[in-house]
Design a protein around this ligand. Structure first.
Ligand SMILES: NC(=O)c1ccc[n+]([C@@H]2O[C@H](COP(=O)([O-])OP(=O)(O)OC[C@H]3O[C@@H](n4cnc5c(N)ncnc54)[C@H](O)[C@@H]3O)[C@@H](O)[C@H]2O)c1
Length: 448
């Protein structure tokens, strides 16, 4: 509630006073220690994440890897953050300092709980800020491990605080007068509300929102890689991935071959207990979301799409899983641009296949959306690959791969998929502010 939010912010504010005084090297050392502990506890954290979210433990481990990598990356940058020196007439000069913002708020979605908290807190802390983080109420657990680890690594108590709750808690955080910035990952409707709330206090926001990204497969591609790319673009974390390439545009000459292979591979995905080593798809986040996703498939059928595989409720053989929120991953054929399954974010394991003939046509259709998070292209023609990505209206574009997230590269959206970036060097700018200092070396020339 409001009182607890206030306590968390006040404790973060107190920690900030200590943390901001530390040199970049000192902050770096503590972040590296936290990264080391995450690496050491990787299997344990991944297991908690699987229980938290339902994704396969195999995948959860990959999330934990990109989490400690993010801490290491920003630890590396912490000491080299600085401004510039500018010479002015008469020996005077100016310089800039990059300073932290203060107490930053992170609000996360439920699909990558530990990773989202790491991707937000690592650059925030590296820049000298404190952070109060609110995970989704559907996945409250793993973020607490991160808080524990930061504390063990040596951050001042309260520097990374976790508060639990839903929309109301999030609102208290966004409105709090001692909060300097809000970084949000979630849906477009919530993102709009957060922007509105933050605007009242003129607080900067980073918004990582939803998507309906295109994946364009030209007939000259390496088809095996394109099929693998399409699988990566649609079925990680039960399809509950913001940057998924769910509109798969396939050039007509290879449509049948590509579709046949994708369907074959999709049918092979092992669904079941996500804690088992060979499982590749676990349950969806909750029953209402499962129903929501199945509803999209029903609607797709009514609008003329053809279910080529999956799309059904799935009851695994293991009796202990019988009430789980499982469904079979689905490939939809015969899709048209106007269909709901092609226009709206489903956030489940549902791939829509569309055919196209020419580059100009597919670009027009790929960009015909309010979203702009990611896009992908598969082709062997190097000129075409770069020409196409230059035209795609998306913040993250993949050439001949999909859904890889090296922390060295910035991640974030165009259009209604949000603004601001996570990861990469540029994110330092979203967690710091620039101070200009003007130094006079001569006498003051007053105009009065
Ligand atoms: N771009 C990205 O990096 C990225 C990553 C993951 C998920 N997403 C998007 O997230 C969505 C799914 O996640 P979700 O269902 O958790 O999203 P959501 O918008 O429902 O909730 C996200 C978070 O916001 C909180 N919240 C809800 N209402 C709020 C309010 N009025 N004020 C403050 N906080 C509020 C929730 O409790 C939760 O912690 C999808 O649209 C997906 O595309 C985006």
């Amino acid at each position: 509630d409001k009182k607890e939010v206030d306590l968390a912010v006040q404790s973060a504010k107190a920690a900030f006073k200590i943390w901001r005084k530390k040199s970049g090297m000192e902050r770096s050392r503590i972040l590296l220690e936290a990264a080391r502990i995450i690496r050491e506890r990787k299997d344990e954290i991944a297991t908690v994440e699987t229980i938290n979210n339902g994704k396969s433990v195999f995948e959860a481990r990959l999330d934990i890897d990109t989490s400690w990598q993010c801490l290491e990356y920003y630890a590396g940058l912490a000491a080299s953050m600085g401004g510039e020196h500018v010479q002015l007439p008469g020996g005077s000069f100016g310089y800039t300092r990059r300073e932290p913002l203060g107490v930053c708020v992170g609000i996360g979605a439920w699909n990558y709980p530990f990773q989202i908290a790491s991707w937000k807190s690592a650059p925030a802390l590296a820049c000298g800020n404190a952070m109060v983080f609110k995970p989704s109420p559907f996945t409250p657990v793993s973020t607490l491990l991160l808080a524990e680890i930061y504390t063990e690594a040596g951050v001042p108590p309260g520097l990374f605080n976790v508060v639990q709750g839903g929309a109301a808690t999030g609102q208290f955080l966004c409105q709090h007068r001692d909060v300097a910035k809000v970084s949000f990952t979630g849906s477009v409707p919530t993102g709009k509300k957060i922007m509105e709330l933050a605007s009242k206090g003129v607080k900067p926001v980073t918004l990582e929102l939803g998507g309906k990204s295109p994946l364009i497969i030209f007939s000259d591609c390496d088809i095996e890689n394109a099929v693998r790319g399409a699988m990566m673009a649609n079925f990680l974390t039960q399809g509950e991935v913001c940057c998924n390439g769910t509109r798969v545009f396939v050039q007509r000459e290879i449509l049948d071959k590509f579709t046949e292979e994708v369907v074959k591979q999709t049918k092979k995905i092992k669904i079941g207990d996500p804690l088992e080593e060979d499982t590749r798809m676990g349950p969806l986040i909750n029953r209402s979301h499962l129903q929501h996703v199945l509803g999209f498939i029903e609607q797709a059928k009514n609008e003329g799409a053809k279910v080529l595989c999956g799309g059904d409720l799935c009851v695994p053989e293991d009796p202990k899983l019988k009430d789980g929120y499982y469904m079979t991953p689905c490939v939809l054929g015969n899709c048209k641009d106007g269909m709901t399954c092609v226009k709206e974010e489903i956030f489940g394991p549902v791939m829509s296949i569309l055919s196209f003939d020419t580059e100009a046509e597919v670009l027009e259709r790929a960009n015909d959306t309010n979203f702009g998070l990611a896009a992908g292209v598969f082709t062997r023609d190097i000129q075409r690959a770069h020409r196409v990505v230059a035209e795609l209206q998306a913040g993250v574009c993949y050439i001949n791969n999909y859904n890889v997230s090296p922390v060295e590269l910035p991640f974030g959206g165009y259009k209604m998929s949000g603004f601001g970036r996570e990861n990469g060097r540029v994110t330092i700018e979203y967690y710091s502010q620039l101070k200009t200092i003007c130094v006079e070396m001569g006498d003051v020339e007053s105009v009065f």
